[in-house]
Design a protein around this ligand. Structure first.
Ligand SMILES: [Zn+2]
Length: 412
């Protein structure tokens, strides 16, 4: 057990976060989209910072930036820590950037204080996670873990019609990112803002993530009969919108009954013909359902499909449910999570276990190597917005916890 006094320089990390926020397209908040000049500027700047921290730096075939602190113990597996450098449009300063800035700061501090580790440590700034410019997500960690192995995705376009392939070429990256695949990652640790209300509401400093929720998305199409709003008696209607409303109220109640961490959302709903004096003959809505356990997620989705079908039958409506996304839950490594909980106790940090309802780079590593995630509170639960904020004290607590875990893993 480590009883070494660790005091990572939070001030350096906070300065780095501010400096990174300056690499942004104009407009409110931070906008740093994949393979844009501001993105290139940020990755280049980070590489300089990594060099300054005494790390060996490298950019891979898709633009992920690594800073390495080589181990002396002859281990061939790397302990990787970091997050993503891209943002949503008009996002905040902390989503992704916090994990990157903390990783660079922690490795620089460990090197200065304790010299080279036994096991190799690497900080990473993944090129892309959000899917904000091109319709792909996890473009950085996905190449490192083999989710993307070159091929089709590079032909998709951004809003201006520029293909991903062209954007990569303009930044000097080859068309194939196959060379970015890593077989030498022995563990992955990610520090991130919570982007939710759980920690703030409970007045806790740290969330130790047990799992990243799996997601299912569907598009539902309900067919009824459009008709005159004045001349069609209530008993003779097949109102697609009233049917959809009944389905969505069932969904909300069932999700509440299922309890945390199950969440179910209908984020978009369109009624046709969409006219005040016509009974809606057709309705489309989306569903987003998440849970950390595959069996429960599957069971809930099946129950929802059955309940919707029963509503449709009773109301004489047609129902078509199309699955548009399915990702499996990603359990974090219990041993690493246990270490984090013990380190919280040792450092006097208040904490709880939790599920991440949002996706993160860590979920791509979880099936391949032990992975861990640390959350710090987000004020008001706000993220993906310029108002995103975590206090310097909260950010410092997360940095210290990350540093302590990396110290244990690489030096002891
Ligand atoms: Zn993020």
């Amino acid at each position: 057990m480590s009883q070494v006094k660790l005091q990572a320089p939070a001030g350096e990390m906070l300065r780095l976060l501010e400096e990174l926020a300056a690499f942004s397209a104009p407009g409110p908040g931070v906008t740093r989209l994949l393979y844009t000049p501001e993105w290139s500027g940020a990755q280049h700047f980070l590489q300089e910072k990594m060099l300054g921290a005494g790390l060996e730096t490298r950019t891979d075939a898709v633009g992920n930036v690594f800073g390495r602190l080589s181990g002396t113990g002859g281990h061939d597996k790397v302990i990787l820590t970091g997050s993503h450098i891209d943002t949503v449009v008009h996002g905040g300063k902390y989503d992704g950037a916090y994990g990157v800035a903390a990783a660079v700061t922690a490795l620089g501090y460990l090197r200065d204080t304790f010299g080279p580790p036994r096991r190799t440590l690497e900080a990473v700034s993944f090129c892309e996670e959000e899917g904000s410019r091109f319709p792909v997500t996890f473009w950085g960690s996905g190449h490192v873990t083999g989710l993307y192995s070159g091929g089709g995705a590079a032909d998709c376009t951004d809003l201006e019609g520029i293909t991903l392939r062209e954007a990569m070429a303009a930044c000097g990256y080859p068309a194939s990112g196959a060379a970015a695949l890593r077989g030498d990652i022995g563990a992955y640790v990610e520090l991130h803002i919570e982007q939710g209300l759980v920690l703030e509401q409970a007045a806790l400093q740290i969330g130790v993530v047990q799992a990243i929720a799996g997601q299912r998305r569907y598009t539902a199409r309900i067919g009824g009969a459009a008709g005159h709003a004045g001349t069609t008696p209530m008993g003779l209607r097949r109102d697609a919108l009233a049917g959809a409303a009944e389905m969505l109220l069932w969904l909300e109640r069932a999700a509440q009954d299922a309890g945390d961490p199950l969440v179910a959302t209908a984020g978009r709903l369109e009624a046709y013909p969409g006219t005040p004096n016509v009974i809606p003959g057709e309705v489309h809505f989306t569903l987003d359902i998440r849970h950390s356990e595959a069996g429960i997620l599957e069971g809930f989705c099946r129950a929802a499909a059955d309940a919707f079908a029963a509503v449709a039958r009773r109301r004489g409506l047609t129902l078509a449910l199309e699955e548009t996304l399915a990702t499996a839950p990603a359990p974090m490594d219990p041993e690493l999570a246990g270490r984090l909980e013990r380190l919280c106790v040792e450092q006097g940090l208040t904490h709880r276990r939790m599920v991440s309802g949002a996706g993160h780079d860590a979920q791509l590593f979880a099936p391949r190597c032990p992975a861990a995630m640390i959350f710090v509170p987000s004020r008001g639960g706000i993220s993906h917005a310029p108002e995103e904020y975590s206090s310097p004290e909260e950010l410092a607590a997360g940095l210290n916890l990350l540093t302590a875990l990396l110290y244990e893993l690489a030096y002891l």
